[in-house]
Each structure stands twice: as C-alpha cells, then as structure tokens.
Design a protein around this ligand. Structure first.
Ligand SMILES: NC(=O)C1=CN([C@@H]2O[C@H](COP(=O)(O)OP(=O)(O)OC[C@H]3O[C@@H](n4cnc5c(N)ncnc54)[C@H](OP(=O)(O)O)[C@@H]3O)[C@@H](O)[C@H]2O)C=CC1
Ligand SMILES: CC(C)=CCC[C@@H](C)[C@H]1CC=C2C3=C(CC[C@@]21C)[C@@]1(C)CC[C@H](O)C(C)(C)[C@@H]1CC3
Length: 418
C-alpha cells in the first residue's frame, strides 16, 4: 500500500526508466567484466571476447552451491552472538536488535574452508565456475527481490522505506519497499549487506590466489597485496559490524533488487576483479613499489576507519570521552552534527578513505590496463551519487542546521577539490 501522496520521496536513479535500465545494465556489466578479465587483451571498453551461451551460464550445480553458501552463512548468522546491538530509532520510536557475530562467521567460514581444502575440496576450481555462479547469484537476487516485494505488500505503512514506495512497480521493486524486512529476528537486509557477498568476495579472491600458485608455483606479490588489502577491508567491516547500523542502507534505503543484487552478485563477482585480472595477466611488482602501495592503502584505511568509528561512536553516545570534546551543531531534531574532527575536514571523510583504498587495490595491477581500475571508477561514481543522495536526505532532516554545516564544512569528499 503506497503512503499518502504528500509523504512520497522524490524519484531517484532516473525514476522507473532508470531503474529498469539499471536492472538490465548492472548484470550485463558484471558478465562483461567477468569475460574481459579472462581475455588476453582485457580491454574494459572493448567488446567481450565472446557471448556465452545459456549452456555456459546456467548450471544446476552452481545454483546449488550458491544456495548452500547462503544457507551456511544464514546458519552462522543464527548462531549465538557475542553481543546484540540496537539499531537507530525508527519512525515509531522503536529500535530493532541486531546480532553482532559477523567476524565470528568469517572465522568459522575460514575454518570450514580450511578443513575442506585439507580434505580435498577443489577450491582452485572456483575461478572456472565464476560465470555460472554469477548467473546463479543474479537469478537468486531477482527471485529474492520478488519475494521481498510481495512481503512488503503485507507490511504496515510504518514499515515502509521513504524511497521505494512511489506506486510504480518497477521503481519500487528496484529500490525496495520495506525498510527492515525480517522473518522473526532474521534481518534480510542486514544479513545480505555483510555476510554472503563480503565473505564470498574474499573466498573468490583466495581461490584465485590458490589457482595462481598451482599455475605458476607461487602467488605473485601483486596477488598477495590485493588479497591482503581486500581481506583487511572485509575483516574490518565484520569486526566493526555494528557501525553498519548507522549507514544509509540500514537507516534509509528499502531492501529491493538494487541492494539484493548488489550484495549477492555485484560485490563478490565485480569486487574480485583485480584478483581475476591478475590470475590471467600476471604483473611484475617490486618491493619498493609494493611498499608504497601498502602505505597508500594504510592512509586510506586510517581515514576510513577513523571517520566511520568517530561518527558511529558519536551517534551511539555523544558523551563518549572519545567524541565528547568535538565541536557540534545542534539541530531541530535534537540530534547534533559533528563539525570538527574527521567530519570537520569534509562532509564525507569516510568516502575519501574508501576511495584511497580503492586506488591502492588497483595499483598492483599495473598501469597498462583500465580494467583493474573499473572498481575505482565505478566506486567514485557510486560515492559521488551516494553523497548527493545523502545531502538531500540530510537537508530534509536537518534544514538550516545542515546549511550551517555546509557553510562551515564546504567540501564534500576531497578537501579543497570537491
Ligand atoms: N565498498 C562499497 O561498495 C561501499 C562502501 N561504502 C562505505 O560505507 C561507509 C558508510 O557510508 P554510507 O552508508 O554512505 O553512510 P555514512 O556512514 O556516510 O552515513 C551517512 C549518515 O551519517 C550521518 N551524518 C552525516 N554527517 C554527519 C555529521 N557531521 N555528524 C553526525 N552524523 C552525520 C547522517 O545520518 P544521521 O544524522 O541520520 O545519523 C547521514 O545520513 C562509508 O565509509 C562508505 O565509504 C558505501 C557504499 C558502498
Ligand atoms: C551498482 C550497485 C549494484 C549498487 C549497489 C551498491 C552496493 C554494492 C553497496 C551499497 C552500500 C554498500 C556497502 C558496503 C558494500 C557495498 C554496498 C552493499 C559495505 C558493506 C562494504 C564494507 C564497509 O565496511 C561497509 C560496512 C561500511 C559498507 C556498507 C555499505
């Protein structure tokens, strides 16, 4: 049931036409990347080396493996958590509770995979299955999104997200109608955001590293760097799992095809692109340059983690000694905005740190192919668009206080540039 006309949020992503285009373009782009990464020329802007037939894309075994993976991660999600955190206050003043056991799930997955490999699990065969696995993940995302859409038809208006309730089926299916779709205490958006896709991403990276070792005797330094950087990123996300509860996806966005496909297919199969590229295009990398790239990643991580933890600590407890001395702006909602510390440097310092890391992930692949920089380019576009969406939401939330924040912190992501 769509909310009253007056409360409808403005259309984003180009409205229904843009949503329809993205639902086609995103999977096509993902398959293009998977095909080009394993081709000789590896030309991002060129045609794919060939168009795979359905017999190459569809595999019942790949679908079974995909669903088994989802089942395993769901089982790990349901294990007793070391902690249960409360989410931000909802419209009806209630707060949802979330299990904090993501890092535990990562460690248990690593142990299970390690046991499997020692028992003969052919993990290095995974790279050869990326196309059918990506197809299975895309199919799963579509079906899952349809079930979520149908579930939202039964949800009360108070459970709906501001965005994905335009009344247009395609747009609402893409953006997602329900804000926090759950069955009992199982939160589908929270689960998908941090578990199957992220852990699947580093598992694919590991499989690519093992296959390179089998092919060339040992993994290259570039492959070690990419695996290490991205394992740090995923491990950090799961160690600081509670911080995701103050991010846009959890606070504001409905759970629909965009996030379901993003979590289940886009993240594991396009975020592992550098490792895929390196398997088929080994790159020489000396220790001096590798050390410099590690420094770049470290600077990015320092900014990323510092900014996210500062904002999350502040949102959880403004009186926390770690943030109590920071300068803030009061707002009509009663919530305050940080205007010093990381959030006094630019309005999204966390994005800056993330982008610096994204660049560090590409550099080990050399500078003679554009393909490994796809993530950096896509991610820049995603974060610029995301920052614009967040600006609109915060302007609406905080009014004059946000204008004052923009006056005092004029740059969005990069100091003195943007
Ligand atoms: N690897 C990837 O593919 C992606 C990674 N990310 C990363 O996820 C992280 C989270 O980003 P995102 O989800 O966009 O949201 P953010 O963590 O940037 O949170 C945005 C929210 O923070 C609050 N906020 C903004 N400014 C201030 C301030 N000055 N003081 C206090 N609170 C403030 C507002 O919410 P409120 O005031 O209501 O609390 C705002 O809506 C980032 O590090 C980003 O780089 C994001 C997208 C994709
Ligand atoms: C083009 C397309 C398919 C869009 C979907 C975007 C999603 C892939 C991203 C939206 C927000 C994300 C976040 C992370 C991963 C990518 C998605 C789902 C994130 C879990 C990565 C790890 C970080 O530490 C994080 C937890 C802060 C982050 C949260 C947002």
């Amino acid at each position: 049931m769509a909310p009253p006309q007056g409360s409808r949020a403005p259309l984003e992503f180009g409205g229904p036409l843009g949503a329809a285009a993205l639902m086609l373009l995103l999977p096509v782009t993902m398959f293009h990347l998977l095909l080009v990464a394993r081709s000789g020329p590896a030309r991002l802007l060129g045609p794919p080396p060939y168009l795979p037939g359905l017999e190459e894309l569809w595999s019942p075994w790949a679908l079974l493996l995909c669903l088994t993976w989802l089942g395993l991660q769901a089982a790990l999600y349901l294990l007793p958590a070391r902690k249960v955190a409360e989410g931000q206050e909802l419209k009806d003043k209630s707060r949802l509770r979330y299990p904090i056991n993501g890092f535990q799930a990562l460690v248990l997955t690593a142990l299970l995979v390690g046991l499997g490999v020692s028992a003969g699990l052919p993990l290095s065969a995974l790279p050869e299955m990326l196309l059918p696995l990506a197809f299975a993940a895309t199919l799963t995302a579509f079906i899952f999104s349809l079930l979520l859409y149908l579930k939202a038809l039964l949800a009360p208006a108070s459970a709906l997200a501001p965005g994905g309730n335009s009344g247009n089926l395609i747009y609402d299916f893409f953006l997602g109608r329900e804000l926090n779709p759950r069955i009992c205490s199982f939160d589908f958006k929270y689960f998908c955001e941090l578990r199957p896709g992220l852990i699947g991403w580093v598992l694919i990276n590991l499989a690519l590293l093992i296959q390179e070792a089998e092919l060339r005797g040992s993994p290259s330094l570039a492959m070690w760097l990419v695996n290490g950087f991205q394992l740090l990123y995923v491990g950090d996300a799961l160690w600081y799992e509670e911080a995701v509860l103050t991010t846009m996806d959890i606070i504001h966005d409905g759970f629909g095809f965009m996030l379901a496909f993003g979590d289940l297919a886009w993240v594991p199969f396009t975020y592992s692109l550098q490792a895929q590229f390196l398997l088929y295009h080994p790159q020489p990398l000396g220790w001096p340059l590798a050390s410099f790239i590690c420094l770049i990643n470290a600077v990015g991580y320092y900014i990323f983690r510092g900014a996210n933890s500062q904002k999350n600590t502040f949102r959880k407890n403004p009186s926390d000694p770690r943030v109590a001395d920071l300068e803030t702006i009061s707002t009509a909602t009663g919530r305050r905005l940080l205007v010093s510390g990381w959030w006094g440097m630019v309005r999204h310092p966390n994005y800056l740190g993330d982008l610096i890391m994204a660049l560090a992930w590409s550099l080990p692949c050399g500078v003679f192919h554009l393909l490994p920089y796809f993530y950096f380019l896509y991610f820049t576009a995603l974060l610029v668009h995301r920052e614009d969406r967040d600006e609109r939401q915060c302007r609406q939330k905080y009014g004059l206080a946000w204008h004052e924040y923009c006056r005092r912190v004029p740059y969005r992501i990069v100091p003195y540039i943007y």
